[in-house]
Design a protein around this ligand. Structure first.
Ligand code: AMP
Ligand code: GLY
Length: 480
């Protein structure tokens, strides 16, 4: 769904954003790309970038997983901010035209500010000040409040006494969030006051989240289905991608602690055209306008974590990057030239892009290592990737996106973290893609491997027939 100038909201948006117009900057015919980040999201992006007719040389992160290493050359320089000089020299020496940033930590460290240098080099990803929406949940809530964006009622605290008084004055249930970056593990959804007091005390007194928890946000707990809405934004045009549904809790039936994401599918039938329209009008446009008023030009991916309440869609969080594992499910069905689209976004020419998704539904099941999300065991030998991918027939496909994999001895592949592999299937509908991805995930073997067998269950439970029929798909909405 691309915002155009036909409605009053869009006119308002385009008017306020028009100051950021850039000069046309053509995408090089052979574009050298560096992809920053080492996990499953980056493997999926690199896999799609490699299919572009414009790809020159692809460089991958020094810590890249094995899937990424198979697609590109490994950068010899660390991305540590202390190594800025040498990393910049590397970008110049290798004539890197486009840097694609995966992780929020790099955006928060000012990666885009440091290395974006048009016309020689573009960085896909927002600046440090724009990505504050993600790295400071307290500031994000202020911005959303000033913009009238629907979200949970809440307040921020740095002092324990004040936080505890607030908790006592509010009705249960509450949610306690570390304001800073915690890799998806900084949120405690509390059943009662005792849990809320314990979570606030852990963050503010015991420093359980370190500096990231020096400020906490306390908010009312909302109820409803959650969806992930990712939109490309170039400073004046918004392009919403097919909406996804992630499964954050580690256990089947959505039980246990939160993780970075155990599986995702797209498109989700929960995101009807009406819901998407509301999210665009009530969340994306006013948020970007509020940034603009602060003279912040957002370019990259704006990722809204949305809960569909009885009172309409409300924001749970905003991220400033592609989601993981949402990206694995999106890239599996992405049609067209991802490289050109990212270039056009970073250069403020998104209105020139063509974008669509293959029909059907894609589903990513994340195979994890024993102990995740607490302390995952590592170093176990992995097998079964070919067997998993061979389950994809001509009308279906299975792709194993590496996440935490590393080279072992004598050409073996070993686990190197909690989320090891994103097994992604595309099929005609959610029931089939979820079944295929689950079956394929069962082919991946390593000591202590586990995964959820119920990705998509919150929608599949409700329908005995194909749920994808009512799903919004950008391929239908694209006006180009
Ligand atoms: P966040 O990182 O803020 O998206 O939070 C992670 C997860 O915690 C979300 O996906 C929700 O499942 C849950 N969560 C966060 N905030 C709330 C809230 N206000 N009400 C209910 N659940 C929430
Ligand atoms: N899958 C959720 C995230 O990327 O934040």
């Amino acid at each position: 769904m691309q915002t155009n100038a036909n409605s009053s909201i869009d006119e308002q948006f385009n008017l306020s954003m028009s100051k950021s117009k850039s000069n046309p900057l053509p995408c090089p015919a052979k574009c050298n790309v560096f992809i920053a980040g080492s996990g499953g999201r980056e493997h999926a992006l690199a896999w799609k970038l490699k299919q572009s007719p414009r790809i020159g040389k692809l460089w991958v992160d020094p810590n890249a997983n094995v899937g990424l290493r198979q697609l590109g050359e490994v950068c010899p320089q660390s991305l540590d901010p202390k190594n800025k000089f040498h990393f910049k020299r590397f970008l110049e020496k290798e004539s890197i035209h486009l840097v694609v940033v995966g992780p929020e930590t790099l955006l928060a460290a000012g990666f885009a500010d440091e290395y974006h240098d048009p016309p020689n080099r573009l960085v896909f990803g927002p600046t440090k000040s724009a990505s504050k929406l993600e790295w400071d949940k307290s500031w994000c809530k202020q911005v959303l409040r000033s913009a009238g964006v629907p979200m949970a009622e809440g307040r921020s605290f740095t002092q324990l006494d004040a936080a505890l008084n607030y908790i006592k004055s509010r009705e249960d249930p509450l949610v306690i969030k570390a304001a800073g970056l915690c890799a998806g593990k900084g949120v405690t959804v509390c059943a009662n006051k005792e849990e809320a007091i314990a979570a606030a005390t852990a963050a503010l007194e015991k420093k359980s989240h370190g500096a990231a928890g020096e400020t906490i946000v306390i908010e009312e707990r909302l109820h409803g289905q959650e969806i992930s809405v990712l939109a490309l934004v170039d400073g004046k045009t918004i392009w919403m991608l097919d909406a996804c549904q992630d499964h954050k809790q580690v256990g089947e039936g959505d039980t246990g602690p939160n993780t970075g994401g155990m599986g995702a599918y797209s498109p989700t039938p929960l995101a009807t055209n009406e819901v998407l329209r509301m999210i665009e009008r009530d969340v994306l446009v006013p948020t970007l306008d509020a940034l603009r008023r602060e003279e912040i030009d957002f370019r990259g991916v704006l990722f809204a974590g949305i809960i569909l309440t009885h009172g309409g869609p409300k924001v749970l969080e905003l991220n400033c990057r592609f989601g993981d594992p949402e990206t694995q499910s999106l890239m599996a069905r992405w049609k067209g030239d991802l490289l050109e689209t990212l270039w056009l976004t970073a250069s403020g020419q998104l209105d020139q892009a063509t974008l669509s998704f293959e029909t059907g539904t894609s589903c990513c099941v994340v195979v994890c290592a024993d102990g995740y999300p607490a302390k995952a065991r590592v170093g176990d030998s992995i097998s079964g990737i070919d067997a998993a991918e061979n389950l994809g027939a001509t009308t279906q496909k299975v792709i194993c996106f590496h996440a935490a994999t590393a080279p072992g001895n004598a050409g073996t592949l070993v686990t190197s973290g909690g989320r090891v592999m994103g097994v992604t299937a595309v099929a005609a509908d959610l029931a089939h893609s979820s079944a295929l991805a689950t079956q394929a995930a069962g082919q991946i073997h390593f000591e202590g491997a586990f995964f959820r067998h119920d990705i998509g269950h919150r929608v599949l439970q409700k329908t005995s027939h194909s749920p994808s029929k009512s799903a919004h798909s950008a391929s239908e909405k694209s006006t180009h």
